[in-house]
Design a protein around this ligand. Structure first.
Ligand code: GLC
Length: 544
């Protein structure tokens, strides 16, 4: 297959934005859609292809918008439907795609469907949710929000029954055994796709269906429903994508790609904590291990990879022992822990060490998949562990050193969340404007790395193979595509490492350093020895 025939998402770079946190155009303390529009040029110059926005719908915000009260309206803090249309047009005008969250599994308890469901036993809405006279069904299903919820059932006084919810009790699960619910969601998809968006990041997809005696995750019936949504997209919306949020082991996520007839993309959750493990331990084996467990996926489907996002750094896909180790190493203060994860941002996790931050990104970009950058991580933003829930990693974007980091003209106490004002992460020194004007900034280096990755489609479509080296501290990945080869060498340790590569087929060829765009070495014999500094990475193209 020729590179130019690849679907757009295969080689895309994604950027995750929380509208509330990005830019406030009205001075009310909340980011909004016109604010995001005003920053599209910034996102574009970063090398981004597609923006993923967190839920922007009407919501009582018990789960920051993942609790939707009206799928057909924009939260008034963010603007109007017309603003949203303009956002889509302005993004497209710049060659940017835009996808939004699609929260299928549950609604807010404030949604009119649930209001009717609980109060009108005879209405069709009763069957839109999962009700039971007892709270002991589906007892093999785990509790996800462990720190707040004691059960997946909550009692509702009005209905005189229990309703099922996999997340907060204010988020009742929809009943996907009811075809009307499927039809409703298809209408929701249609509404936004007709407005021009390029697809959805489908939230919490493993949990749509419940069956007694199972853990109620990844059930065949759930896949059937998702395939139906995909068929609907195929029929009417060519080129638009579905991205699965299934926080599961790779063999289970594999099922969400179907035979190329379910999701176009799926997050690779388990590789993420292992990148942090590998860098802290100075040991490539966690990456070798998880990739050995990662099955091939159908043509024209793609993994979506990330280091951080708007949630806690989840430790669900690691062993109990690994989780304890990750908590001790990366979340020594109990405030840093939440549910089964760590509520910190990328830069603080990696000691604000730009070399390590770049190494982590380079590792991510060396693996198969289309990467996502979480807003603010490109400048190395900090977090605020004292805020509740996951809010500490959702603080206002730091644009410049003016009051409120240039995010908003509101009074400081009117901001939806405080800007970070102390220490190395204070907006006074760490902001986009400072990053743009310093040629050695993390922002410039990130932008360059993104550009290099994107100009080498080998990263998006090529095969990958780990090359054996004696140093367990180094990860060496060979990417290959249509006779081209790039060797990615990542020194995960805090010491210099000399590694020897066996390249008998490439004798007399030249290694080109594609990051610095310079000749690196003439390969004179079957073996070549390469010196790397602590936490250094090299991307070397083999050239004639
Ligand atoms: C997903 C979202 C998370 C949300 C949850 C419930 O995991 O990423 O932020 O709380 O779904 O909707």
């Amino acid at each position: 297959m020729k590179t130019q025939q690849l679907p757009w998402y295969m080689n895309a770079m994604f950027y995750e934005v929380h509208i509330r946190a990005f830019c406030d155009s009205t001075g009310d303390g909340n980011g909004d859609i016109p604010g995001l529009i005003s920053k599209l040029d910034y996102i574009k110059q970063l090398g981004i292809d597609c923006i993923w926005i967190l839920p922007m719908f009407s919501s009582p915000l018990k789960d920051d918008g993942y609790d939707i009260a009206d799928y057909y309206n924009i939260h008034p803090d963010y603007g109007t439907i017309d603003d949203f249309k303009q956002l889509v047009n302005e993004a497209h005008h710049r060659g940017l795609k835009i996808i939004s969250d699609l929260v299928l599994n549950h609604t807010s308890d404030q949604h009119p469907w649930f209001q009717k469901s609980r109060s009108e036993a005879d209405s069709k809405y009763r069957d839109y949710y999962v009700w039971s006279h007892t709270d002991d069904k589906y007892s093999d299903a785990r509790i996800i929000f462990l720190d707040t919820e004691k059960s997946n059932w909550s009692y509702d006084d009005q209905a005189g029954m229990y309703y099922w919810h996999r997340f907060y009790s204010s988020q009742p699960d929809l009943n996907y055994d009811n075809p009307d619910v499927i039809e409703e969601m298809q209408q929701v998809m249609k509404f936004w796709l007709d407005m021009g968006i390029d697809g959805f990041r489908a939230d919490a997809v493993p949990y749509l269906i419940q069956r007694e005696g199972t853990n109620c995750e990844n059930l065949p019936e759930t896949h059937q429903i998702l395939k139906g949504f995909r068929a609907f997209m195929n029929d009417h919306y060519e080129g638009k994508i579905l991205l699965a949020e299934a926080n599961q082991w790779p063999e289970d996520v594999r099922e969400y790609f179907g035979d190329g007839d379910e999701f176009h993309m799926g997050f690779h959750f388990p590789v993420m904590p292992r990148i942090f493990m590998a860098i802290r331990k100075g040991d490539a084996s966690p990456i070798h291990w998880i990739m050995s467990k990662t099955p091939d996926i159908p043509d024209n489907t793609q993994w979506c990879t990330f280091l951080r996002n708007h949630d806690e750094l989840t430790l669900e896909m690691v062993t109990e022992e690994e989780r304890q180790w990750m908590w001790e190493e990366y979340a020594p203060d109990p405030r840093m822990r939440l549910n089964l994860g760590i509520r910190r941002r990328l830069a603080p996790l990696l000691d604000n060490d730009h070399q390590k931050i770049l190494l982590a990104n380079a590792l991510l970009y060396s693996l198969p998949g289309a990467p996502i950058i979480y807003y603010g991580d490109e400048i190395g933003m900090g977090d605020n562990i004292w805020l509740p829930d996951r809010n500490g990693v959702r603080t206002p974007m730091q644009w410049d050193d003016s009051p409120n980091a240039g995010f908003s003209t509101a009074n400081q106490n009117e901001l939806y969340a405080p800007v970070i004002t102390t220490g190395a992460y204070s907006y006074k020194r760490l902001n986009v404007s400072a990053g743009l004007s310093d040629p050695n900034s993390l922002l410039h280096k990130m932008r360059h790395l993104v550009e290099v990755r994107k100009t080498h489609p080998i990263f998006a479509s090529g095969n990958y193979k780990f090359l054996a080296v004696d140093q367990t501290e180094c990860l060496v990945i060979l990417r290959e595509y249509q006779g081209q080869k790039v060797i990615c060498i990542l020194n995960l340790s805090d010491k210099n490492q000399m590694i020897t590569l066996n390249l008998p087929d490439d004798r007399d060829k030249i290694l080109i350093d594609i990051v610095h765009n310079s000749k690196f070495r003439h390969i004179k014999s079957d073996q070549t020895t390469i010196a790397t500094d602590a936490y250094e990475f090299l991307w070397l193209k083999i050239s004639n």
